[in-house]
Design a protein around this ligand. Structure first.
Ligand code: GLV
Ligand code: GLV
Length: 325
C-alpha cells in the first residue's frame, strides 16, 4: 500500500480522496508548520511514496536526497513553487506538481480587495468608527482615490495577472497597461483597453495602480526596488499578491514614508512571516497575512488538486499539474 506524508493538515476533500484509494496517510497533526529538521525526521527512512507539502516548506537538496528514491512526487499545496529546488528534483526523477487555475479567481479578487481597500481607506475608516472618532459628516473626511477610468499596471500577465486585468476592464472601466517578457496578443484582442509594453518602466511611470503577478525567480528578486519606486507617480498605489522578495520592502517603506507613492497593499512579505518594522506603523499601507487564496472553496479545490496529482503518479500516470522546469 502506498504511503503518503502530508506536512500539515489541509482541507478535508483531498485527504478523503487519498484515503478512499486505500493509501496510508501520515499527517502532521501539530497545528503549525514543521521545522526543517522535523520534516527531515518525518521522512527519513520511512520510504514514503509521495509527499504533500506547503509553500512554507523549503524542499531543498538535502530533503530531496532523503526523500529519494522512494518519493515519486512532492505535490505542492500552492501555485508558486519557489520553495522547491525544481532542477535538483528533476535530477533525482522526483516530480513536482502545483495548484494552478483553482486559485486564480480568489487571488485576483483579493488583489482587487486590496486595490479597493487602500483607495477607499477602508481599514483607517473602520478604525475611525470603532474608536469613536466619528463626530459627524465632513466634506474632507478620509478622502481617498477613484478607481473608475484609471490605469492599472500589471507586472506579469499570467493567469492571475490576466484575471485582475479582466476585472479592471470589465468591472471598473479601467485601462490596463501590462508588462510581461511575453506579449499576449490574444488577450489584447479579447480585452480592448489593454496595452502591452516590453519595458516595465513604462508601467511604473504611467499607471495609477501597479499590481505584481510574477513568480519569484532569481531574476525577479527585488524587481521593484528604490529606483523603480521612484518612477511611479506620487498618486499611485502598489499592490503585491505574488511573492514578498519581488519587492524591496525597505525601499517600499521609505517610498511610503516620503510620499514617493501614495499607498500600498501587500499580501506577501519579504521577511515573511515577519512584517518589516519600518512598515508596521504606516497608515498608507494595508496588509493581509498571505490569505489571497484563502477561501473555503479554493482551499478545498487545492486540496483535491494535490490529491489528484498524487493519485496520478501512484497509478503510473503523468500528474495533471506537473511543474515543468
Ligand atoms: C500562494 O501563495 C500560492 O502560491 O499558492
Ligand atoms: C499563477 O497562477 C499565474 O499564472 O499567475
Amino acid at each position: 500500500m502506498a504511503k503518503i506524508f502530508i506536512t500539515r493538515n489541509i482541507p478535508e476533500s483531498g485527504i478523503k480522496m487519498l484515503k478512499d484509494k486505500g493509501y496510508e496517510l501520515t499527517i502532521n497533526e501539530k497545528d503549525r508548520v514543521l521545522s526543517r529538521s522535523e520534516i527531515i525526521k518525518s521522512i527519513k527512512g520511512k520510504n514514503y511514496d509521495a509527499v504533500l507539502c506547503l509553500l512554507t516548506d523549503k524542499i531543498d537538496q538535502e530533503i530531496l536526497d532523503i526523500a529519494s528514491p522512494s518519493v515519486k512526487i512532492f505535490a505542492n499545496y500552492a501555485v508558486g513553487t519557489d520553495n522547491i529546488d525544481l532542477k535538483y528534483a528533476a535530477s533525482k526523477n522526483i516530480l513536482i506538481s502545483n495548484t494552478p487555475d483553482v486559485l486564480t479567481n480568489s487571488v485576483a479578487e483579493h488583489t482587487f480587495t486590496l486595490i479597493l481597500s487602500i483607495s477607499k481607506r477602508i481599514v483607517e475608516a473602520d478604525d475611525f468608527m470603532r474608536t469613536g472618532k466619528y463626530k459627524g459628516w465632513e466634506p474632507k473626511l478620509l478622502l481617498g482615490s477613484d478607481i473608475y477610468g484609471k490605469t492599472l499596471g500589471i507586472v506579469g500577465l499570467g493567469r492571475i495577472g490576466a484575471r485582475v486585468a479582466h476585472f479592471a476592464i470589465n468591472g471598473f472601466g479601467m485601462r490596463v497597461l501590462y508588462y510581461d517578457p511575453k506579449r499576449n496578443e490574444n488577450f489584447e484582442k479579447d480585452q480592448p483597453g489593454t496595452t502591452y509594453t516590453s519595458n516595465i518602466d513604462d508601467v511604473l511611470k504611467n499607471c495609477d495602480y501597479v499590481s505584481i503577478h510574477v513568480p519569484l525567480l532569481p531574476t525577479t528578486k527585488h524587481l521593484i526596488n528604490e529606483e523603480k519606486l521612484k518612477l511611479m507617480k506620487p498618486t499611485a498605489y502598489l499592490i503585491n499578491t505574488s511573492r514578498g522578495p519581488i519587492l524591496d520592502e525597505i525601499a517600499l517603506s521609505n517610498a511610503l514614508k516620503n510620499n514617493i507613492i501614495k499607498g500600498a497593499g501587500l499580501d506577501v512579505f519579504e521577511f515573511e512571516p515577519k512584517l518589516y518594522s519600518g512598515l508596521r506603523k504606516l497608515k498608507n499601507l494595508i496588509v493581509t497575512p498571505h490569505t489571497a487564496s484563502a477561501t473555503i472553496e479554493t482551499r478545498e479545490k487545492m486540496s483535491q488538486m494535490c490529491a489528484d496529482n498524487i493519485i496520478s503518479v501512484l497509478e503510473g500516470k503523468t500528474p495533471p499539474n506537473l511543474v515543468k522546469i
